[in-house]
Design a protein around this ligand. Structure first.
Ligand SMILES: *Cc1c(COP(=O)(O)O)cnc(C)c1O
Length: 344
């Protein structure tokens, strides 16, 4: 049976080139700093993002937590969006494991934090208050239709951060999707951030891992934080080797995922009972609503699943679809056909 699986870009499997690179990777003990393949990946990633250094970590969740531990002490406060992945979907690890206090601001529909909201959230010097340390921005924004934050916004947010001696961490799980969608070099988009984490294991199709980048002091602290979380891996070059292929071969092609996502959104918008604005789709994530008396998102997803199309129901109304390496334009046509039959 044909399956078109649009639940997530984390479903991507390593390419033949990745499996070859993994099998042939030169390795050493990375806790001793002696794995040449990990070192190469970290240098490459830092170079792509225009930062001094990089650190290979097990996942995006670990990348964000390690970054928070490196930037903040216990009782410090972070400012982040109420739709931020770090706030919603990382088990509150910043509080549970790092003792960090969150101040959430509602995300705008395009994933931004309103600059006035940020200014309002920054604490003054007062014995009653926690100390504001860090602003977290998410790019692209997973919960907000995969919107990319552009360089102008980054510059404006950074200006506020500098004025108040705050740092900016970018949760860039899909940072390269943002750079490709905006048609700019990743390093230009990262210029105003003190740290950026990005996932190799999503649209870039590597089996495991994320990289965080920043200046040398930050990465030294992050390396300590990674170790205490149990993330000091040994011959991790077998994993990093796939990440090197990701950066060399899988970045530019993200544009295809964006084109396919647009095609899906345009098609969904034409099906009665489904609500989506294709103009809001800039990268590979689509949220849409089902508006029909007899159809909940759960029911919709079950029905299309039985016919071979997979998506994720999220909340009482929304459904998420994500395009990725294993999805072709032809798959999208087929999926749209299946969906319109289910909605008849
Ligand atoms: C997926 C994701 C993460 C977490 O990555 P994992 O590798 O699944 O831990 C963090 N932030 C955003 C925005 C994500 O989409």
């Amino acid at each position: 049976m044909r399956i078109v699986d649009l639940r997530s870009d984390t479903l991507t499997k390593p390419t033949a080139a990745m499996r070859r690179a993994m099998a042939e990777a030169e390795v050493g003990d990375d806790v001793f700093g002696e794995d040449p393949t990990v070192n190469h990946l970290e240098e490459m990633a830092a170079d792509r993002l225009g930062k001094e250094a990089g650190l290979f970590v097990a996942s995006g969740t670990m990348g964000n937590l390690v970054s928070l531990l490196a930037h903040c002490g216990r009782g410090d406060e972070i400012i982040l969006g109420s739709q931020a992945h770090t706030f919603r979907a990382e088990q509150g690890g910043s509080a549970a494991l790092a003792g960090i206090h969150p101040w959430t601001i509602p995300n705008q529909p395009d994933g931004r934090l309103d600059l006035e909201d940020i200014k309002f959230a920054i604490r003054g010097d007062d014995i009653h208050f926690p100390r504001t340390r860090l602003i977290i921005l998410e790019n692209t924004h997973n919960g907000c239709s995969g919107y990319p934050l552009d360089a102008d916004y980054m510059a404006a947010a950074s200006k506020i951060a500098r004025q108040h001696k705050l740092k900016i961490h970018v949760d860039g799980a899909r940072f390269f999707n943002a750079a490709v969608a905006l048609g700019m070099a990743a390093k230009d988009l990262a210029a105003e951030a003190d740290s950026v984490s990005f996932c190799l294991s999503k649209g870039l199709a590597a089996p495991v891992g994320s990289v965080i980048c920043g200046n040398k002091d930050f990465i030294n602290e992050a390396r300590r934080a990674r170790k205490v979380l149990g993330g000091g891996m040994r011959q991790a070059g077998v994993l990093a080797a796939a990440g090197i292929v990701s950066l060399n071969e899988m970045v530019e092609r993200l544009a295809e995922d964006h084109t396919n996502a647009k095609q899906l959104a345009v098609g969904l918008a034409q099906i009665p009972g489904l609500i989506v604005d294709p103009d809001q789709i800039h990268t590979n994530i689509i949220y849409f609503e089902v508006k029909r008396e007899d159809m909940t998102p759960q029911k919709f997803v079950q029905r299309i699943d039985a016919a071979g199309v997979r998506m994720l129901p999220l909340g009482p109304q929304r459904i998420r679809a994500v395009t990725h390496y294993h999805i072709t334009s032809e798959d999208i046509d087929w999926a749209l056909d299946v969906i319109s039959k289910v909605m008849k």
